[in-house]
Design a protein around this ligand. Structure first.
Ligand code: GDP
Ligand code: IMO
Ligand code: MG
Length: 433
């Protein structure tokens, strides 16, 4: 049985939630392997919109086991909110949602430290989501973190919290001249807030491995995007986890030898939230136009997303690092009304043309564009490749060419049904189970 890894091929918000929801119809198990409530994955089914931050986007399928992997960081307050939405919509959960006991917890002071460090006026501002991601991962690597497994003993939890809070309060008071966080109220509140999640704590790694051994269909859901990766992204304007396919093994606790197919999700154009280099970023007027057409506002923070043309070297770098077998192109419909569309196939760097995206030079790149005629026809109702306007098909064919990767699916709307299998699709995952 195949397993499939889904990664964002750009800077996040590519439509991973939509893609996971579409592809997970035949999955037995879906696991998130990194990130936390910085993610906002939107799933739209029958006019109902769900935004998943930490719970895998496949949770709407009543029989699919969903794992929050050991590489994730979990904010129990956000988690509770996500559970409440599911309860309200009567999505049955039973025992099928498991939080790996090794996943690290986000504490209220992580959030506060993140926001203080990334204050508007801060010199090293990144424009984070302010969800405490960096400080929580920093504690993990510093070996002082609190893990989901620690939520099973109040005494052990209190011990760790006492120790960690002392360090956090030192930073809060000494560096940021902020009020210290009180131990007693924090411990009490957090313990109460985690009683439901504590019942879901388990050995995610073993559950995933058992499923793989039994030949089940397993899907790994990436968050953020390749170029926000802590090692390979546009550092320091990145998130604090391994967002590429290389993050699956440490983020779930299974051997990398299990992994089979890897698919990259890319928008038919490019967006980015937060600071950092963005070679194909549009001028303000064009960006505003595209932002309105594509409703490009953050699913987690509501921030307007920066918008630009399709950057092929950026996606090509994702194809290369991840060895992507296929791309899923989303939001093609957003370009429907444009007279012309542009594709950046290379950059000019100090008088030379270069084809590779190198994050070390990203701020210097001037995009080299080719311009193609727009199709000026609605695609949101199309359901077959042959039903797409000829010019849209040519645009997609050009994307395959410049990205050096076949397209498996094209998305023309946020609903599950607005998805078109592409002519060159060879994914084993998409063959009937
Ligand atoms: P993710 O973080 O990668 O899951 O992406 P987000 O959910 O943050 O952002 C993608 C947005 O685009 C969501 O509002 C989706 O509902 C929407 N979306 C996904 N695919 C399509 C598409 O093909 N067309 C349009 N118009 N919207 C889409
Ligand atoms: P999904 O999974 C887009 C960006 C932030 C900031 C940087 C670091 O929905 O695609 P962090 O809070 O992680 O420390 O912020 O990363 N970022 C995202 N951008 N989509 C996301 O998630 C993101 N998660 C983080 O805007 O630039
Ligand atoms: Mg998102």
């Amino acid at each position: 049985m195949p397993n499939l890894t889904i990664v964002g091929a750009q800077w996040g918000d590519e439509g991973k939630g939509k893609a996971v929801d579409y592809l997970a119809g035949s999955a037995d198990l879906v696991a998130r392997f990194q990130g936390g409530p910085n993610a906002g994955h939107t799933v739209r089914v029958d006019r109902n919109t769900f935004t998943f931050h930490q719970i895998p986007s496949a949770i709407l399928y009543p029989k699919t086991t969903c794992i929050v992997g050991c590489g994730c960081v979990v904010d129990p307050y956000v988690f509770e909110h996500e559970l409440a939405v599911l309860r309200k919509k009567k999505v049955p959960l039973g025992q099928r949602l498991v939080v790996d006991r090794r996943a690290h917890m986000i504490l209220p002071y992580h959030r506060q430290l993140d926001q203080l460090r990334d204050d508007q006026s801060a010199k090293q501002r990144i424009g984070t989501t302010g969800r405490g991601i960096g400080p929580a991962y920093a504690d993990k690597v510093n070996r002082t973190g609190i893990r989901a497994g620690d939520l099973l003993s109040e005494e052990a939890f209190n011990d760790k919290l006492k120790h960690n809070l002392a360090a956090a309060n030192f930073l809060l008071m000494d560096r940021y001249k902020a009020e210290p966080i009180p131990f007693k109220a924090t411990a009490h509140d957090y313990w109460q807030a985690t009683r439901r999640i504590a019942k879901m704590v388990g050995d995610g790694s073993r559950t995933i491995e058992d499923a793989l051994r039994r030949g089940k269909r397993v899907l790994f859901e990436g968050a953020q995007g390749m170029h926000l990766d802590i090692d390979l992204g546009t550092y320091p304007y990145v998130t604090s986890s391994s967002t590429w396919a290389g993050g699956v093994a440490p983020g779930t606790g299974i051997s990398p030898v299990w992994l089979e197919e890897v698919v990259g999700i890319a928008k038919a154009y490019t967006t980015r939230v937060g600071l950092g280099p963005f070679p194909t970023e549009m001028n303000e007027a064009d960006a505003t136009h595209l932002r309105e057409l594509g409703n490009e506002y953050g699913a987690t923070t509501g921030r307007p997303r920066r918008c630009g043309w399709f950057d092929a070297p950026v996606v090509r770098a994702s194809v290369r690092h991840n060895r992507l077998q296929a791309l899923i192109i989303t939001k093609l419909d957003v370009l429907d009304s444009l007279d012309e569309v542009k594709v950046c196939h290379a950059y000019r760097l100090r008088g030379r043309e270069v084809g590779d995206f190198d994050p070390f030079h990203a701020v210097e790149y001037e995009p080299v564009y080719e311009t193609m005629p727009g199709w000026r026809q609605k695609t949101s109702g199309c359901r077959t490749f042959s039903g797409l306007p000829v010019r849209a098909r040519r645009y997609l064919a050009r994307l395959e060419d410049v990205c050096d990767c076949p397209i498996a699916l094209v998305s023309v709307g946020s609903e599950r049904s607005q998805t078109i299998p592409f002519k060159s699709n060879k994914l084993r995952w998409l063959r009937a189970p």
